[in-house]
Design a binder for this molecule. Structure first.
Ligand code: ASP
Length: 343
């Protein structure tokens, strides 16, 4: 019996991959999706059945927000049965945030959701977009013994497949724009696509569960030497804030000045959740390793371990959206839910 072709759904949200230069202003702006497929006739040669949906108004990913994440999660839910994999074309600037958010919103995936984009528009001769698009589609359709090889939310960029919630954009010029410092690539594309099978997330063993409640009542406080008491206090006392990502130094360290610790302590007493995420891109938070993080642990700051800033923001929005009791929320934050942290 002939093997049936994999079916992949391409969702175009916007980003450089589908942009062109505005002749009047010289700035890059999104163009319509039909032009994108015209630019890549190779797509017709695939042994994969490809369908596409494009946002009516494609966006630069700097305009990404939680309602679009909900829209994307619902699109995947609505088309989940009909397709073997999904490719989301997305601007690279906030791609790691979207990949992280979707990883939490889509539980028990047994099919791949691959985000990709490019640094140069697809119509430009030296574009990186064609390779990114073509290989992302190939990975989205790839199966072994009839089952998808990849069953998680990933980013494919410049010959590497990454776990999405482990990435960050680190370069605005190089084609190799993403890094995943605390987790190895899931695959590398050379002559063949070599999957790192031990690194892949285990297939979901239940039915897909889609979470669409997100709460963005969070703020980020990035520490620097000389932080002002007045402004720190005003940030921590912001009305309506439910959680704070505290971007700390090194292995999760912060000033031991009394006023600072007291401000954090008071915020925690008001029910604000404080998550300690290091400013370092590699390594992890170990609260108590230094004297300068012991006080954080003692007052109830939660360790983000080796989670990225992008993933921490998305995880907080996801968990707050579930309106969990405080103790459960704290426990889930420290727990590895979708491969986003090494406990
Ligand atoms: N500003 C663009 C965006 O994120 C950059 C890109 O696509 O790479 O939408």
């Amino acid at each position: 019996m002939a093997k049936s072709k994999s079916k992949v759904l391409l969702i175009y949200t916007g980003g450089t991959i589908g942009m062109m230069q505005d002749p009047k202003t010289g700035s890059l702006k999104p163009f319509d999706f039909k032009s994108l497929t015209n630019q890549v006739p190779e797509l017709n040669k695939f042994d994969i059945e490809l369908s596409s949906i494009a946002f009516e108004k494609p966006i630069d990913s700097s305009n990404m927000h939680k309602d679009v994440w909900v829209k994307l999660a619902n699109m995947i839910k609505d088309h989940y049965k009909a397709y073997d994999g999904f490719v989301i074309l997305h601007g690279s600037d906030t791609m790691s945030f979207t990949a992280s958010a979707l990883s939490f919103m889509l539980e028990n995936l047994d099919k791949p959701v691959i985000l990709t984009g490019s640094q140069l528009p697809i119509g430009i001769i030296r574009t990186d977009g064609k390779e990114n698009l073509i290989t992302a589609i190939e990975i989205a359709g790839a199966k072994d013994k009839g089952k998808s090889i990849v069953t998680e939310v990933c980013i494919y960029f410049e010959y590497k497949l990454y776990r999405g919630n482990r990435t960050f954009k680190y370069n605005s010029e190089h084609f190799d724009a993403f890094k995943s410092p605390n987790y190895p690539p899931l695959a590398e594309a050379g002559v063949e696509i070599a999957y790192n099978k031990n690194a892949l997330l285990k297939r979901g063993n239940g039915k897909l569960k889609v979470y669409t409640e997100l709460d963005n009542d969070i703020i980020v406080l990035k520490l620097f030497p000389g932080l002002s008491k007045k402004l720190t206090s005003s940030i921590l006392n912001t009305k309506g804030v439910k959680a704070i990502v505290l971007e700390t130094f090194g292995a999760g360290n912060a000033s031991t000045q009394e006023w600072f610790v007291n401000e954090l302590k008071a915020a925690i007493a008001r029910g604000v959740v404080i998550l300690n995420v290091t400013q370092c891109h590699e390594g992890r938070v170990v609260q108590g390793m230094y004297e300068t993080s012991r006080q954080l642990k003692n007052i109830g700051v939660i360790s983000g371990h080796d989670i990225t800033y992008e993933s921490a923001v998305a995880k907080l929005m996801f968990l707050l959206g579930q309106k969990l009791p405080h103790a459960k929320l704290k426990q889930q934050l420290e727990k590895n839910l979708r491969g986003e942290l090494s406990e």
